[in-house]
Design a protein around this ligand. Sequence first.
Ligand SMILES: NC(=O)C1=CN([C@@H]2O[C@H](COP(=O)(O)OP(=O)(O)OC[C@H]3O[C@@H](n4cnc5c(N)ncnc54)[C@H](O)[C@@H]3O)[C@@H](O)[C@H]2O)[C@H](O)CC1
Ligand SMILES: [K+]
Length: 530
Amino acid sequence: MYVVTAAEMAEIDRMASRDYFVPSIVLMENAGLRVTESIRRYFGGRVAGKRVLIFAGKGNNGGDGLVVARHLHNEGAEVKVFLLARPEDLRGDPRTNLEIYQKMGGKIFPILEQSHLQRADISLLYADLVVDAIFGTGFKGAALGLTGEVIKLINNAGKPIVAVDLPSGLDADTGQVHGPCIKATWTVTFALPKRGLVLEPGATLAGELEVVDIGIPRRLIESRNLRLRLLTPAWCREQLKPRDPSSHKGNFGHVLVVGGSQGMVGAVALAALGALRAGAGLVTAAVPRSLQDVLAAKTTEVMTRGLPEMPGGVLSREALPYILELLEKCTVLAIGPGLSRDKTTVSLVLELLPQVRCPVVIDADALNALAEDRKYLREAEKEAVLTPHPGEMARLIETTTAQVQADRLGVATRAAQDWRVTVVLKGARTIIASPSGEAFINPTGNPGMATAGSGDVLTGVVAGLIAQGLPVPVAAALGAYIHGAAGDYAARTQGQQGLVAGDLLNYLPRVFRKLEARTEKTCLGKGLPL
Ligand SMILES: NC(=O)C1=CN([C@@H]2O[C@H](COP(=O)(O)OP(=O)(O)OC[C@H]3O[C@@H](n4cnc5c(N)ncnc54)[C@H](O)[C@@H]3O)[C@@H](O)[C@H]2O)[C@H](O)CC1
Ligand SMILES: [K+]
């Protein structure tokens, strides 16, 4: 499902009217009807007698709200519209809908000064539902003054809130807030999700996300060369091909995992088992020689190799020829889990990577090695996936973690295009950016996954999918979705607090089964329904 900026949505809106002759008031009517339908479902099919407050701004978002008011009024709901503008300030479609609603006897209450807040406050006490139609994609900056007061009043009333198109106060493009913002129970957004609805904190402020069709021609949307998508079960299912009955393990690739150091062999085990759980045919894990037996004991199905090491149990430069020889039989390399930041290991990584001829997944301490010398990133021809968390990303681009988090999408897409790699910027709503400029936002995952080893499992899953022949950016996006969905599954079954990385390995097969079963309805924002 494509995700758009406010400007992209406005352009699509304009073209729907200008080039496809869809009158804007028809789009507004459809938008209002879809919100009304959602509200009717929320009330179990009947709105008669329900007390619904609609807070409307002066723009088209407010216009949508007036359409909702009209239909709910017609169906017998007790509707009050609080208008955050003078009626004469409304123009065009919003004005038309205001006049229709008033003509039908609908009630309008102005909120133009502090004294008007009291009536709103009292009405909120008795409300069954609040409709937020104050601001949509036209919002900029921060909701100050009276408007900010109204948003806080609504949030503090403790009533269910449905946001029209966007929670008011949210930046439609970044998902950031710079002032008061509606905390919606759910959001009904039109045509396509806006970026701010699928990036934190916007994704949380939006509540459950419902994307509704308002009659914008599909051909128009497809003609827009949109580059950002929200990962959905439907998209993931399309990437998973059923297995040929005559397949054998050689058909599903061979992953080589290189990593480990004294005290950090578990990371390699998690990555190697993640690759197997993702469906790789064979997995070899190569670690410092003194750790090989420990690793073998932890990973029955994984082939293990001991490599030359330094005192203290880190890989030495002598490991290079051994790794290159192992790579001759492998389809993909995953390097980094548990490697350590020892300077010998750093020089090994920097010498090895330019010689790797197969796709490579670079994680953890291998990323930190690249932060010491970006020559490989800048110059080498490669098929690589980098899987940094925000701190590793900050080191790679020599900035702060806060700056990475302030523009996750921009940072990931720029790095992917500058270095011609696929970047998986981990964190809430992982971003997957490809060298071609295409990007994905992953809606699955939860804070329970902020636990040691979770990233190692992801590294293995991505490598395991590449091993089976998926294009590198697709494997990275699919891997992120499935990894997060396994975490959602685990959290729903056993809670977030006690979740450990090994649990993800146990839930991966169930996520694949649900996707393969092709029975899942498409859902947004909350991973796979269970
Ligand atoms: N295809 C579609 O998606 C359709 C969308 N519709 C709705 O239209 C809005 C966008 O409408 P627009 O008039 O451009 O903007 P808003 O309604 O969001 O109103 C903004 C309004 O408020 C003023 N404003 C902006 N920032 C601030 C601020 N910080 N403080 C105070 N006031 C502010 C600004 O001047 C505008 O006047 C979209 O979200 C949908 O709900 C169509 O109805 C149907 C098709
Ligand atoms: K709104």
